[in-house]
Design a protein around this ligand. Structure first.
Ligand SMILES: NC(=O)c1ccc[n+]([C@@H]2O[C@H](COP(=O)([O-])OP(=O)(O)OC[C@H]3O[C@@H](n4cnc5c(N)ncnc54)[C@H](OP(=O)(O)O)[C@@H]3O)[C@@H](O)[C@H]2O)c1
Length: 247
């Protein structure tokens, strides 16, 4: 028996990285999974992979910066599976533009994808979860949700914002809906490869007690716990998954 048997889960940003690993684990634990992202080739590969294991998934191609696309994720989920029990708001983009060079256009793009998309999808799924009396929403935050740093003003601001959104969802949509955030540390995904790969993270890795980079599976395991009934008394938390970086 799987931990998510009979559940329907939307996982945004699941064409690669920790979202892909979470989608695969959710499906292996019995959920019907909606895979989303902009890249159709990778979305199809994730769904094919899930189906090859005898599990269930569909994909919806959607840009999280586009409200019509976000609505399409919800509409397709209801058309195909009739309900939704788990929403994992995981899609995110990095911004490394220094503060004095930040433009309104880039700021809006980061906040649209990293924050507003999570709010809007939450607004769409909430009535169904409320009616069912149960639902779990998980938001991908970051260790950048807790501290400042040079050079990442858009990303750090957006990740602080999604931590606040997580707590607001818990308060405003409980008791039926629980909402928690995951704060990954250095996780080896395409996002990290885009800023120099694991080598660029060596200082962070060596500063952590576990002395290794995280993998998508590390985040998927925590996401599964938060999605499942095992975490029924966990709500409104931003949980670090960073190899003990701040312990
Ligand atoms: N890796 C880390 O060390 C780390 C640390 C802390 C937090 N995070 C957060 O973890 C989350 C997942 O990132 P990752 O590390 O797994 O990186 P990744 O492998 O690059 O995955 C990012 C995912 O987000 C999707 N995405 C990006 N922009 C999108 C858009 N405009 N519309 C739709 N989908 C979009 C991508 O899909 P498409 O390319 O198909 O659109 C992809 O599936 C992000 O929220 C990120 O901020 C990562």
């Amino acid at each position: 028996m799987g931990k998510l048997d009979g559940k329907v889960a939307i996982v945004t940003g699941s064409t690669s990285g920790m979202g892909r690993d979470s989608a695969k684990l959710f499906a292996a634990e019995g959920a019907k999974v909606v895979v989303t992202g902009r890249n159709e080739e990778r979305a199809k590969a994730v769904v094919d992979d899930i189906k090859s294991e005898g599990n269930e998934a569909i994909y919806v191609i959607a840009d999280m910066g586009n409200v019509d696309d976000i609505k399409k994720i919800f509409d397709t989920t209801i058309e195909e599976y009739g309900t939704v029990d788990i929403l994992f708001n995981n899609a995110g983009i990095l911004s490394t533009t220094p503060l004095l060079e930040m433009t309104k256009e880039e700021w809006d793009e980061v906040f649209d994808v990293d924050v507003y998309a999570a709010l809007y999808l939450t607004q769409l799924v909430a009535p169904i979860m409320k009616e069912k009396g149960k639902g779990s929403i998980i938001n991908t935050c970051s260790i950048a949700s807790f501290a400042g740093h040079f050079g990442f003003v858009g990303y750090i601001s957006s990740k602080h914002a999604i931590a606040g959104l997580t707590k607001s969802i818990a308060f405003e949509l409980g008791p039926e809906i629980r909402c928690n955030g995951i704060a990954p540390g250095a996780i080896h995904t395409a996002m990290v490869d885009g800023i120099g790969g694991v080598d660029a993270l060596q200082m962070m890795i060596q500063a952590s007690p576990v002395k290794r980079v995280g993998q998508g599976e590390d985040i998927a395991a925590l996401a599964l716990f938060l999605a499942s009934d095992e975490s029924e008394f966990v709500d409104g938390q931003i949980i670090r998954c960073d190899g003990g970086l701040e312990c």
